[in-house]
Design a protein around this ligand. Structure first.
Ligand SMILES: [Zn+2]
Ligand SMILES: [Zn+2]
Length: 662
């Protein structure tokens, strides 16, 4: 592609985005469109238009029905036939109630900001903005589980603060369609009274598509934002929007006008730039802030540690364009499904070189369906994976998920030679247009090992500019700080240390320390004295994460997690004891089943001693008591065996006694 073409391409992309952001003819204030545009761009009423994905019957097997029991109960270890609430649950409840009741109701004239999630992690972003009788919520995301919560699917923000004030909640605004900003909606929205959700098209479609996987839930009250409207929400808020650069179409920032001043609310953000100089488009977007001081600025802190400006997305595209042009055979690209704008560029590029595109990976296919629905790029060169073999290999590009080496992902299956359609050939080139997410290093190493064993040619971001993050580096954030005059600053979106570094950046740009608040999840921040003072209350809203584990959700899952960790570290030890119900004596030597603890065959001595202990405990526990108290026996067996095993092995397996009476 020569420079002229490149420019043309870039312009086209820009225009496209602009069209989608500001083409609304509806300039009426307060006017909110309850409309979904069809794929030709004309507008039809929601009632008469059902997006294609809603018409398709989804697979019953993959359906997930979430039922939230009124009162959650757990099976405690060692008492598999008794169901009761553990002390732990009780203490959690008490903790929640006390901290909750300690946050007093909001006072007149006070603006409250409560980040419920997203400021102690990358994920589960959700922020409450409260004034008088009005609450608006920005974003409603989830977080993928980490090593500390084995087996958990993901974590949700704690919404106890909002549940108490359902009636005050006037709207949820979605900054963009990434799961760390929308993922919690199916689990949360009906619990806070199903308030109207306002999102731009791409996010709205992603949300609706996901909601369709939960047929038991009420229909969402979804409203599409065009981008140039101003909405009055409740008595106290007036909201307008502006486009920002990120990695997914339709990303936006909010300007929230409150009785004490305006908030420029920015979540995920990067800049379009050339060698550290922001493009005309960016300069224009931020010029609107020039002449007015914002009361408060909030912003993404994810990449604040990285100096300067990030690699411009345009250079990433140019580099990959060169690679695509020159590969001798198939190009297999691994990237994040969330990099929607880049995937759209890959598709355009392959059209230019007359190549067919195979999309593999569920989340990526979902995003491509939405791209199709919104008609953002031509998709006529996309072919089903089964047809790939009908084309010469240098005419095929595969775009797939799993570049982090996630188990059973597309790349994991390619690397382990178990992918049904993709077997590596010597002429293949693998391109990882992604960086390692902290915590995934081990699985990525394993993936690369397995790919290199097959003599694959691999290109990663370490070799050339084939990836840039959707989150701006320090230099970009600094530039945005300077464009938006503001009195107060709250860093968002990141781990605590990132927020700290972002706060230091704000201070280095001249903002007094007292005008910056670094929140934790659940911090209650108040702007008082007619917008002159910002402070954090000493009381906190409940912030323990809520866990989604298969079909169940709750914040009382810690007992389960503790057991999983125990099982992983020290294994399980099951004792089956058969007792004569009349005499209270063991009928035979107890059976012992164990996994992941010690190698039983080499531990006969240990088992023999354990059996003797069990025999003694059973006889002591039943002596003189009739009828026999089985719970009492079980507790005694658990305690004695646990203590003995710890003394002998320095391990604490999960001990489960099963007592049978015959
Ligand atoms: Zn994002
Ligand atoms: Zn995000």
């Amino acid at each position: 592609m020569n420079d002229e073409q490149k420019n043309k391409n870039r312009k086209r992309g820009g225009k496209n985005f602009h069209r989608h952001f500001s083409s609304s003819k509806n300039k009426d204030k307060r006017e909110v469109t309850h409309l979904l545009p069809d794929i030709t761009g004309s507008v039809v009423e929601k009632d008469t238009f059902t997006p294609a994905y809603l018409k398709t019957k989804h697979n019953k097997k993959t359906e997930r029905k979430i039922k939230i029991p009124e009162k959650r109960k757990v099976y405690n270890e060692g008492f598999e036939d008794t169901v009761f609430e553990s002390n732990f649950e009780q203490s959690q409840k008490n903790k929640n109630i006390t901290s909750e009741s300690r946050v007093p109701p909001i006072k007149d004239g006070v603006l409250r900001i409560v980040p419920l999630g997203g400021v102690e992690e990358i994920g589960k972003n959700m922020t409450v903005i409260e004034y008088g009788d009005d609450i608006i919520v920005v974003d409603c995301g989830f977080q993928f589980s980490e090593a500390e919560t084995p087996g958990i699917d993901f974590l949700l923000p704690n919404i106890s603060y909002l549940e108490k004030m359902k009636k005050k909640i006037k709207a949820i605004f979605i900054t963009h369609g990434h799961y760390d900003h929308i993922g919690a909606i199916p689990y949360i929205v009906d619990r806070i009274g199903n308030p109207p959700i306002y999102s731009r098209q791409f996010g709205a479609y992603t949300i609706e598509k996901r909601q369709a996987e939960f047929p038991d839930l009420p229909t969402l009250n979804m409203n599409i934002i065009q981008g140039d409207e101003t909405m009055t929400i409740g008595k106290h808020f007036k909201i307008s929007f502006f486009a920002i650069s990120h990695a997914i179409p339709d990303s936006m920032g909010l300007i929230i006008e409150t009785p004490v001043g305006k908030i420029a609310f920015i979540e995920d953000v990067r800049l379009e730039h050339i060698n550290g100089v922001p493009t005309e488009k960016e300069i224009k977007r931020y010029a609107q802030f020039k002449n007015e001081e914002m009361l408060l600025l909030t912003m993404d802190s994810t990449s604040v540690e990285k100096p300067g400006f990030s690699i411009p997305e345009s250079r990433v595209i140019e580099t990959i364009n060169e690679i695509m042009k020159n590969v001798p055979g198939r190009l297999i690209i691994g990237t994040f499904a969330s990099q929607v704008e880049r995937i759209m560029e890959f598709i355009k590029m392959s059209q230019h070189y007359n190549k067919k595109v195979v999309i593999d990976g569920r989340s990526m296919k979902t995003n491509i369906e939405i791209v199709r629905l919104l008609n953002l790029v031509k998709l006529d060169n996309i072919i089903p994976i089964e047809e790939m073999k009908n084309y010469p290999s240098n005419k095929v590009v595969v775009i797939a998920t799993g570049a982090q080496g996630e188990e059973y992902s597309v790349f994991d299956r390619i690397a382990s030679k178990t992918h049904k359609f993709i077997k590596l050939e010597p002429s293949d080139t693998i391109l990882f247009s992604a960086s390692a997410i902290p915590g995934n290093e081990r699985s990525i190493t394993r993936l690369k090992d397995n790919l290199y064993r097959q003599n694959a040619k691999i290109i990663t971001y370490a070799d050339s500019d084939v990836h840039a993050s959707g989150h701006g580096n320090r230099g970009e954030l600094e530039w945005i700080h300077k464009q938006i005059p503001h009195r107060f600053f709250i860093p968002l979106h990141g781990y605590h240390f990132m927020l700290r570094i972002h706060a230091e950046l704000a201070e280095s740009l001249g903002l007094p320390k007292s005008n910056i608040v670094i929140p934790d999840n659940g911090s209650v921040i108040e702007i008082t004295e007619h917008g002159k003072k910002i402070s954090m209350r000493k009381e906190k809203a409940p912030s323990d994460p809520v866990m989604v584990d298969g079909f169940s959700i709750g914040n009382m899952q810690d007992v389960v997690i503790r057991d999983r960790r125990l099982l992983a570290e020290d294994g399980i030890f099951i004792i089956v004891a058969t007792i004569n119900a009349r005499t209270g004596k063991l009928r035979k030597s107890p059976d012992i089943i164990s996994r992941g603890f010690v190698y039983l065959r080499e531990s006969q001595e240990l088992l023999q001693q354990t059996r003797l202990i069990i025999k003694k405990v059973v006889e002591e526990s039943t002596a003189g008591s009739y009828p026999i108290n089985f719970d009492y026996i079980k507790t005694n067996i658990t305690d004695s065996v646990r203590k003995f095993l710890l003394q002998q092995t320095d391990k604490k397996p999960l001990v489960i006694p099963v007592v049978l009476a015959v």
